[in-house]
Design a protein around this ligand. Structure first.
Ligand code: BTN
Length: 249
């Protein structure tokens, strides 16, 4: 892995993910490139859903060269990133957050951050691109009314603003050390970290996936690859590969 992040800040872009992806695919961008947009016009998340990213939020995309055997594991890099955020928020911002499988960070039952990872084939080989959106220095009133109930911001939670560049520096340090651990020891240590902080673990949840039947059951944790395990009413364990997780309450 490239240990020297090359961080670039831009005032505004459509989407740091799309901009960095274009640079990587054209050969202009390299592993280790980090693009931070202070504002995005057209941020997007999983399933191409709109990601609202006003001035004051963190919108960051980074690239890395996966070692052999990790080229197609963007879904695990997603979870590595979620754990890095959870550890950073606990250690440096005293916030106890939960990881909502597969790609969100929740604080007091509301969404604080979302992660989007993708496998790419660049001109010089495989790359992983990871995008992180986090509601940093905004307040809920900066968001469209229909979103306000479902999200929170670090500023609202702590009562004050946080320096973006310091946050980015800490995040990259935390992420780099967890990615190193993941490359050296595989997914097992990440799985246990995620399970300790998994939203709705032990509770009855259901999973919705486009054009598929809802799956209901008790959330038991993750399997060794990072997929979600549910125990249904008949005692049968179900392995969830993708979908939106929801809780009854
Ligand atoms: C999700 O909740 O589905 C993931 C949201 C990911 C948003 C980030 S913000 C930085 C990067 N640029 C994007 O357009 N998306 C990701």
């Amino acid at each position: 892995m490239n240990s020297q992040w090359k961080v670039k800040y831009v005032p505004k872009t459509d989407s740091s993910h799309s901009t960095l992806k274009d640079l990587l695919l054209s050969g202009e961008g390299r592993a280790g490139a980090v693009l931070v947009a202070r504002e995005q016009n057209a941020g997007h998340g999983r399933l191409n859903r709109q990601w609202f990213s006003p001035l004051g939020n963190l919108a960051l995309s980074l690239s890395l060269a996966p070692p052999q055997g990790f080229e197609s594991k963007s879904y695990q890099y997603n979870l590595v990133t979620a754990l890095a955020l959870q550890e950073l928020l606990q250690k440096d911002y005293q916030q106890t957050v939960q990881i909502k499988w597969p790609n969100d960070i929740y604080l007091s039952g509301k969404k604080l951050s979302g992660i989007l990872s993708e496998n790419l084939k660049g001109p010089e080989g495989a790359l992983i691109i990871i995008g992180i959106g986090l509601n940093l220095n905004t307040t809920t009133s900066d968001f469209p009314e229909d979103l306000r109930e479902r999200l929170t911001t670090l500023r609202d939670a702590t009562g004050h603003e946080h320096d973006l560049e310091i946050f980015v520096k800490r995040l990259l340090t935390q992420l780099e050390s967890l990615i190193k651990l993941y490359h050296q020891r595989g997914f097992a240590p990440i799985k246990s970290g995620i399970e300790e902080n998994l939203l709705w673990r032990g509770e009855k949840i259901f999973v919705q996936e486009k054009d598929q039947e809802e799956i209901h059951g008790i959330c038991e944790g993750l399997d060794e690859d990072g997929f979600l395990l549910l125990r249904d009413d008949s005692g049968c364990q179900k392995r969830i590969l993708a979908g939106d997780v929801l809780c009854y309450s």
